[in-house]
Design a protein around this ligand. Structure first.
Ligand SMILES: [Zn+2]
Length: 238
């Protein structure tokens, strides 16, 4: 079982900043599959989600793909999904601890990187945000809305602060944490260092292009995800 305790703020959001998420993610990977830290390779997200004790399902979440994934923390009979045959929304029953991914992401190989990042993002919610959603459901008086919704990746928010240098608040902070932890799980720092060390001096100033290409292939991630990860580690600026 992959779990990690951390201190929470008054809303139940873990007090995990960038450096702490790096260590947290590394501990999780170490418990799940130490090989991904030693031999750079794609993280088995399906396996990680199973190890977390979560189920994984594919559903059409909306008619326009505004939601790519969500995490259900409490049993519900009222999760709205889209039925493309009838072209209408309907409600389905979902057990607690289920990660649901937008079905179209699995149907088209062009969306593979997006699917993997979404799985990583939802796994991160499952790993660190269960307490927040549990409290939110209690406060609202019902459990049906305790889902973590992933709208758009907030890639440029590298350090979790807003334009004024103030820490993001509430669910913006929560979403930032999920994106950051997803990037750590998909592209562990230790593995990136090993890839960097494989690049010889003949690449000169182009070493970072080579490193990005290696990351895309080895971790099975998008170029954008690789660039943002390197920027967050201060290997390059974007
Ligand atoms: Zn999210």
């Amino acid at each position: 079982m992959v779990t990690c305790a951390s201190r929470l703020d008054s809303n139940g959001i873990p007090l995990l900043s960038k450096d702490q998420l790096e260590r947290h993610g590394e501990r999780i990977l170490h418990a799940f599959s130490p090989a991904v830290l030693e031999n750079p390779q794609p993280t088995d997200l399906d396996g990680l989600i199973r190890e977390m004790g979560f189920n994984q399902e594919y559903q059409y979440l909306s008619h326009n793909k505004v939601y790519l994934g969500l995490t259900v923390f409490n049993d519900t009979d009222m999760l709205p999904v889209y039925n493309p045959v009838l072209n209408r929304a309907e409600f389905i029953s979902v057990k607690k601890n289920t990660i649901i991914i937008e079905g179209t992401l699995a149907e088209n190989p062009a969306y593979e990187h997006r699917e993997r990042f979404t799985l990583g993002h939802e796994a991160a919610h499952g790993l660190i945000h269960a307490e927040y959603y549990k409290r939110k459901a209690e406060f609202a008086g019902y459990s049906d809305t305790s889902v973590g919704i992933y709208a758009k990746p907030s890639f440029p928010d590298l350090s979790g602060v807003d334009v004024n240098g103030k820490r993001l608040q509430g669910e913006a902070w929560l979403e930032w944490q999920a994106n950051y932890l997803a990037a750590v799980l998909l592209m562990p720092k230790a593995a990136i260092k090993k890839l960097r060390n494989q690049i010889g001096p003949e690449m000169g100033g182009y070493w970072h292009i080579e490193l990005i290409n290696k990351m895309i292939t080895v971790f099975n991630v998008s170029e954008q995800a690789a660039r943002v990860r390197l920027a967050s580690l201060e290997y390059l600026t974007i």
